[in-house]
Structures are given as C-alpha cells and as structure tokens.
Design a protein around this ligand. Structure first.
Ligand code: 5AD
Ligand code: SF4
Length: 422
C-alpha cells in the first residue's frame, strides 16, 4: 500500500512540475514513505533521515510520510528537527496544498481523511511502465489484533466506491496495465457502494472489474479469515481472471495464541476455510504470515503452528519475530527469551522454505502462463510472474514484455522458476 501511496504522491509532485528521480541526495524534495509495522522498520526511518540530512544537498526539503509519520509525528520533529513536513497516510492529498503555496512550513498533518484522499487523488500523471498495478480499494482496519498498529495508523475501515475503483482501473488499462492487485489492510471486508448507494462485496467488485475490457488478471491482498465469505470462495472456481493465488494470514496455529492475539478465529475455522477454498479451486496457491514468539507462546503453541503449516502446505509465506508496538494491547506483556525466538524463527523458516521448494518442484515439465514484465538478471533473459504468483525467468526477446506467454518449466530455484517458451 505504501507503493500505491508513493505513486499518488508522485502524481501530485508531477502536477507541480517536480519530476521523480532516484538521485535523492541531489533532489529538491525527499519523501520517506515509512512503515511502522515492526520496530526495525520504524528505526530505519530515523537512520535514513540522519543520512539524508548529513549528505543531502543544501536547502533540500525533507518530507516524512506513511505510518511512522502518523504514529510518531511529534517524536520525528524532536529526533529530526530538520524535517520540513510530516504527513500521515490518509493526509497525502495535503501535499498538493503545500506545493501550491511553495511552503512546507514545518507542518504536521495527520488527519484520518480517507474520503478526501481518494476524492482528490484520481489523476494519474506518472509514467506507468509496468503492466501490473496496485489499486487500493479499502483502507484501515477495525479488527484490532493485539500485536498490530494498523488500526491506529491507517484508521478505521473505509471502502472506496465501486465506480471510483472502476474509473481508476480503466485509466490504468488505457496506460497498458493488464494485471491488477486490489489492495486493502482488510481487503475482503470491502463493502463499497455503487452509484445508486447499494453496497457491494469484494466478490461483486471483482466481477465488475473483470468485465472491464483489457483487464486480464486480478488478485487481492490482504485478507482476514473471518471475511472469507462463500461468494468470494466460490468466485475462485468461476472467475477465470481471478488468479489461483490467495494470501490468507493465520499468524499462529495455536488456539491459545490466536485468542491472546484477538484474531477472532480458531485454527479449525482456518482449516475449514482452506478446505472450502481448495474445493472451489483445487490448484490454488496459498500463502500466509506468521508471528513467532507472541507473549505466552510455549513450545507446544509453536509446535501447533508447525503442525498447521505441515497440514496446509504453503507455496510461499512470511514469518516475523514478534515486535512489541507502542500503544497496542500486547505491548507490555512479558517477552519470550531472545535465543528461543531466534531458534523458533529459524525452524519455521526452514519448514516454509522446504514447502516452497517442494511446491515449485512440482511444476517441472508443466506449462504456466507468464506475464512478462521486464529483462531478467542474466543477459538474454526475460522474467515475469506465473498465474500462481511465482517469479519465472526464461531466455527470450524483450518484445515479449507486456505479453502473457506459455512457459514450460525446466528447473526451480528457491524463489523462482526457470523455463522455456512453450
Ligand atoms: N510484530 C511482528 N509482526 C507483525 N505483523 C504485524 N504486526 C506485527 C508485530 N507487532 C505482521 C503480521 C502481518 C504482517 C503484515 O506483519 O504477520 O500479517
Ligand atoms: Fe492488523 Fe490485519 Fe489484525 Fe487488522 S486484521 S489488526 S491489519 S493484523
């Protein structure tokens, strides 16, 4: 979602004749679009700010955006007083006003104003080079998992209207985009209205988007198990533009920990959802997020998580050490011993890597459809993404870029497949 918001900020800058550059030390403006999800990400903000302040050109304006801006606006101004503007993720539209006045004025804007944000940020000005794009359809979260800052940094759930989303998708199709990832912190809690004020589910929105001429592929992220409604599950079997890939974080395989996390679902509930999803789309690729070492996690709880992973079999997953976040209900709970945490993380990552390799190995000799999105790492190589969200590299001409082509898989690496054009 930060990538999406960064693109929106690019559009605002371009409308003021300020062009994007990678050479941030010599830029007139530097925007740090930050993440607050774990302590490590937050600390990166301050180390990056220190470096930019020391090495950046004279009179450079520094803007801090994103969730650290939202959560720690005052602290940023204390720890990095040279920062010119702090803007929260639902206030990025205010950048327009500051650039208009040509004065950032040491301001801090952290209103939760999702309606204003999406009403004003609807013109694409940047170069759209990629054939894939993110479209935020929903923002914020009302779930309040006890480890998570999102409900505090992105605010309460807000769904965009169906027609606003359709307009954005159509504009991106006009710029050559064929693959769309519909985004939201709780994307399957989507309940946006149509022009007559009637509310639509995510399944209904996906059907509407898939009818837009030029849209070839649709995925959505990130979902919560309790919002996996039957219409959405069934859609995986019936809508052929919906890719056979689902990221459905479970966080833990222990009922005790799921309860302490305030996840609002049990492990059996999760198994049931996966069973239904696999019934609707037997070859669907599944991925998840796991938090290791949430306060109170015993060896038995950890083993329950390993057991869940072994039973589900994921194609790819993310696992994180629990990071206490200020202001969340779990923040002051007693933490797990650091060595145990490191050991558990290594064990879970090894299991997830094994599953990923095994999943990918099953593709050898099979043919997948790959959306080619650029040159590969090696000379003469191109690369892209399969319908199962795997990275695929093959030898081929760059004129395939932007096309969906059949590729037969010959070899697998941990994070990618190698093939030839079929
Ligand atoms: N510590 C560790 N991981 C976290 N996540 C969210 N909050 C925390 C935290 N405090 C992880 C969850 C979520 C992913 C985006 O980040 O697994 O699904
Ligand atoms: Fe955070 Fe997701 Fe839980 Fe919402 S549902 S509080 S975004 S982990």
């Amino acid at each position: 979602m930060n990538v999406y918001d960064s693109d929106k900020m690019k559009d605002i800058f371009i409308s003021h004749n300020v062009q994007p550059t990678e050479d941030y030390l010599n830029a007139d403006f530097v925007v740090l679009n930050t993440c607050h999800i774990r302590e490590k990400a937050t600390e990166k903000t301050y180390s990056n700010l220190g470096r930019i302040n020391k090495k950046g050109k004279k009179n450079q304006k520094i803007i801090v955006a994103g969730c650290v801006a939202q959560a720690e606006g005052e602290l940023i101004q204390k720890r990095a007083p040279y920062v010119d503007l702090v803007i929260g993720p639902q206030s990025i539209q205010s950048l327009d006003h500051f650039l208009e006045r040509n004065d950032l004025s040491k301001n801090s804007v952290t209103e939760f104003d999702a309606i204003e944000k999406f009403d004003t940020l609807n013109q694409i000005k940047r170069n759209q080079n990629s054939k894939s794009a993110f479209v935020t359809i929903q923002e914020g979260c009302d779930k309040f998992c006890h480890f998570c800052v999102v409900p505090y940094t992105r605010g309460s759930e807000y769904s965009r209207t169906v027609y606003e989303i359709e307009d954005e998708v159509k504009s991106l199709v006009d710029l050559g985009v064929v693959e769309f990832t519909l985004l939201g912190q709780n994307v399957n809690a989507f309940h946006g209205n149509d022009a007559s004020g009637q509310s639509h589910s995510l399944a209904s929105l996906i059907n509407a988007v898939s009818e837009i001429n030029g849209v070839e592929r649709i995925t959505y992220s990130t979902s919560h198990p309790v919002n996996m409604t039957d219409d959405l599950i069934q859609l995986h079997g019936t809508n052929h533009k919906l890719m056979p890939f689902l990221h459905l974080p479970v966080q833990s395989g222990s009922n005790k920990i799921l309860k302490l996390m305030n996840r609002k679902h049990s492990r059996d509930f999760y198994f049931d959802i996966i069973e239904k999803v696999r019934k609707a789309k037997p070859d669907i690729a599944l991925s998840s997020d796991f938090i290791i070492g949430f306060p109170g996690e015993t060896q038995k709880d950890f083993e329950d998580t390993l057991d869940l992973i072994r039973r589900i079999k994921y194609m790819n997953s993310y696992s994180f050490k629990y990071s206490p976040r200020p202001g969340t209900p779990a923040a002051n709970k007693e933490e797990i011993n650091k060595d145990i945490l490191d050991e558990r993380l290594a064990i879970i990552q090894e299991l997830l890597d094994e599953q990923q390799m095994e999943y990918n190995r099953n593709f050898i000799t099979k043919t997948v459809k790959v959306l080619i999105d650029g040159a590969g790492k090696l000379n003469g190589q191109i690369k892209g993404k399969s319908e199962f969200n795997q990275s695929v590299a093959l030898e081929g001409e760059e004129n395939y870029i932007g096309q969906i082509i059949p590729v037969q898989i010959k070899d697998v690496k941990m994070h990618s497949l190698i093939g030839v054009r079929a």
